[in-house]
Design a protein around this ligand. Sequence first.
Ligand code: HEM
Length: 130
Amino acid sequence: MSETNWDVIEEVGGEACMEKLMREFYDRLFDDVFVGFFFRNSDKEHLIRSQIAYVHANLGSRRGTYEGPSIRKAHEDLPILAGHFDRRHTILTQVLDDFDVPEHVQKAWLSLDRAMRPMVLKQGKQAREG
Ligand code: HEM
């Protein structure tokens, strides 16, 4: 498969593999001691679907559509600090590795994820006031 013409769902091995990967990611997040509490009232099935649509719409040359809220909007009520962000990013890195996602896809995926950092973090006055 060409590294410049790709579809993230195909790259991870098709729809069923993508769903398995994302389910593993959210299973780990929901059960995690540092960030699990954020997901106490969340609908895991919805998050799996939404996150697949999000990455498919933002990675690769052949893309799908994401119709959910902006990343800033989706997280604006959550008191997410740097350590929480980094923890989620580490879990994502481990899941992509465990599922043998090709190197060029991992690279693009993790850099998209890091680029979202300012959209999800509470910073300055906003962080102090919760
Ligand atoms: C860095 C990149 C991130 C991306 C791309 C991302 C993406 C998303 C997406 C697509 C949704 C679903 C929006 C919807 O359809 O309603 C969502 C929701 C959520 N995210 Fe993130 N997220 C990121 C970081 C984080 C972090 C660091 C945390 C916490 C540690 C977090 C916690 C949550 C929670 C709890 C929800 C669900 C809110 C609800 O149930 O209404 N996210 N995120």
